[in-house]
Write a protein that binds this ligand. Sequence first.
Ligand SMILES: [Zn+2]
Length: 341
Amino acid sequence: MQPIQERIVAINAEQSARYVADEAARHRYWAKHPTFFACIKCMDGRVLFPSMTKTPIGIVKPFRAIGGKFEIWWPSFLGRVRHWMERAVSIGSRSFIFVTYHFSVSDTHLGCAGWKYDTASARAHAERLQKEIAYVFGEQVTAVVAGVETDRDVLILHGAQGDISGETLIGKTAEEIRTAIFAVFPTMDPQAITDLVPFLKGNAERVAELTKDQRNLEEKGHNERIVAIGQGFDWLAQENLALIINDADPNLADSVRVAGSLIQKNLAAAAAGDDASLFTCIPYREPGMDYRQAVARAKGLKKFAERVVAEAYPELMASGRVHSMAAVMWEPNKKIEVVEA
Ligand SMILES: [Zn+2]
């Protein structure tokens, strides 16, 4: 197996063990904070909720697409959000969705490649999607537009009465943060406000750290080595390692091409032997048919991705530096099984 692929397997082994070990902690967390959280975000490897908010993996359900450009009418996106929301309804909880876009204050070109660095358009899309989610799902969901400033991982929530961000909350207590959220979102469900506090408190700590020890430019820019296509990649939680694409995207080929262009750029600056991987993974819950459909999807997606990248970047594929691997993941422990490499 190629080193980049061994790295994926090693990260998975470590994260899967951690996920299982954290099972009880997650349940305790949910007992205290019953609101279900999801995040719509860019495939960009720098937009990483667990490290940005210092919350455990598995608390926020991620939906990733290039530039976060989900559309409410995408059948499989809508179906997945609905399924997630119905689970919340079934246990009497509400749902909260961060609808995010990202940018960099130090350098426009460290912004969102998926939007050609046009932050205003990215934010306008998030605002439209937020309204559409509110229209479809009504009072069950609170959807909030949020900006992510990737130099210092600042999470900024845009409210009806102004903004609130981790940066403005540094050093504040949970109660002070609760009051500050209420000031910006006066009509938000009180439970949702309470459950939002840990994210903003964690973000304030994160921003304080990154203000003190600034990252260098190379760390802030794109330096990914993996194009991950499929679902359930929250375990691949390594900053700047993977470009993650949800296969609910009907413009899947476009997203794979954009990811391919970033990989090409990253490899040009990388040492020989520092290679990249197209990695597909599909989760399953049951043996039998559920397992077999995951295997078929993972293998099919791998072939699809190889073809798209080979057509768009023939010299990149011919270089032999882009490997590929298909896997399935058992949902309860997030452990992957490589089915083709
Ligand atoms: Zn982006």
